[in-house]
Design a protein around this ligand. Structure first.
Ligand code: ADP
Ligand code: DP6
Length: 325
């Protein structure tokens, strides 16, 4: 009972930022992302009768504490579903993405874990069912089941059966680029889980954030359909700024930005002044992702690499959905 899955990370253009149910991870809003081919996780799950507990090895290191608990609790969900209580697994995972630094290692990590576990247990889940399971490991991960442009439909039902990802446009619909601008690869202070909870519970700006989301989502989908880069970029950038604004209204307030984050934002704005269509988005960390079109690559890379505090720029194309090795 062994299987290996590969899943890519995704970057949200319309952010998921808040839960209405923390236990089974139901969001307060629908979100939309693009899957990234440069960053992925490969996970092997091996269920063995003789094991007395699960083990989790990430990048050749045995993991304990909270990340271990998350993985083992997550496997418990599958064990209950498959009626396999007491059957433990060795989980081996390789992240081709920095861990816990705002590069969505949790997204590729939980999507690959869900896929490999379901396959190892021979559950024959379709992609919708797999996305529902993945959501319960980490919300944004449910979008990584698909390639291309993906919406996570928030759903309205209390049991979460209508909260899962749906593909909006396939990988080959549109060749856009995403530059991941690395400022620091160290683990962040406030995880996305903790940050979004604090924001939902205390931010004075949270209602304002929620109000504008349905419109952002409709407009960006229209832009993606027409391959209107300026429209999609502008909506994504504004949506990111609104999400980050909510953290400043939280108690206690916090921000994921560093001075160097703002330097990159300025570079992107400068590129636009020079007539280059580039837009930024930022997840729960200091690093910035820059969206641009392939023909502008040289100019964009040059400017980003010359920006204060930038240690590395990794270019990604639009990625594919989950696969099995
Ligand atoms: P990130 O920005 O990297 O997604 P988060 O704080 O949201 O940061 O999530 C990081 C957490 O995701 C890790 O601490 C770990 O619990 C989990 N994670 C990362 N990679 C994997 C993996 N390959 N398999 C299972 N869980 C993972
Ligand atoms: C800012 O999916 O990591 O990246 O569901 O608690 O695991 P949990 O949170 P997570 O949050 C992602 C937040 C975000 C926006 C997004 O990806 O939509």
């Amino acid at each position: 009972m062994r299987a290996t899955a590969k899943a890519h990370t995704n970057i949200a253009l319309i952010k998921y930022w808040g839960k209405r149910n923390e236990e089974i991870i139901l969001p307060t809003n629908s979100s939309l992302s693009v899957t990234l081919d440069a960053f992925y996780t490969e996970t092997t799950v091996h269920f063995k009768e003789e094991l007395e507990r699960d083990t989790f090895i990430l990048n050749d290191q045995e993991i304990s504490g909270v990340p271990y608990d998350q993985v083992t609790n997550y496997l418990e969900l599958f064990r209950s579903y498959a009626d396999q209580k007491g059957l433990f697994a060795e989980v081996h995972s390789l992240n081709k993405v920095p861990t816990a630094a705002g590069f969505a290692s949790s997204a590729s990590g939980f999507a690959a874990l869900a896929g490999a576990t379901a396959k190892a247990l021979q559950l024959n889940l379709d992609d919708t069912a797999l996305s529902r399971f993945t959501r319960q490991g980490s919300g944004s991960a449910c979008r990584s089941i698909y390639g291309g442009f993906v919406q996570w439909e928030m759903g309205t039902l209390a049991d979460g059966s209508d909260s899962y990802a749906i593909p909006i446009a396939p990988q080959d619909h549109w060749d856009i680029r995403v530059a991941a601008v690395v400022l620091t690869a160290k683990e962040k202070d406030v995880s996305s889980r903790v940050g979004m909870k604090r924001t939902v519970d205390t931010s004075a700006f949270y209602d304002g954030w929620l109000e504008t989301l349905p419109r952002d989502l409709e407009e960006i989908k229209e832009g993606i359909g027409r391959r209107d880069f300026e429209k999609v970029g502008a909506i994504a950038e504004a949506n990111c700024l609104k999400m980050h604004a909510t953290t400043l209204g939280a108690v206690p307030p916090f921000t994921y930005w560093q001075d160097t984050t703002m330097s990159v934002m300025e570079t992107v704005q400068q590129l636009r002044k020079e007539g280059i269509s580039a837009y930024f988005t930022i997840d729960a960390g200091p690093n910035v992702k820059v969206l641009y079109l392939p023909e502008d690559e040289e100019k964009v890379m040059q400017k980003l690499q010359a920006t204060n505090g930038v240690t590395e720029v990794i270019v990604s194309k639009v990625g594919e959905g989950i696969s099995y090795l």
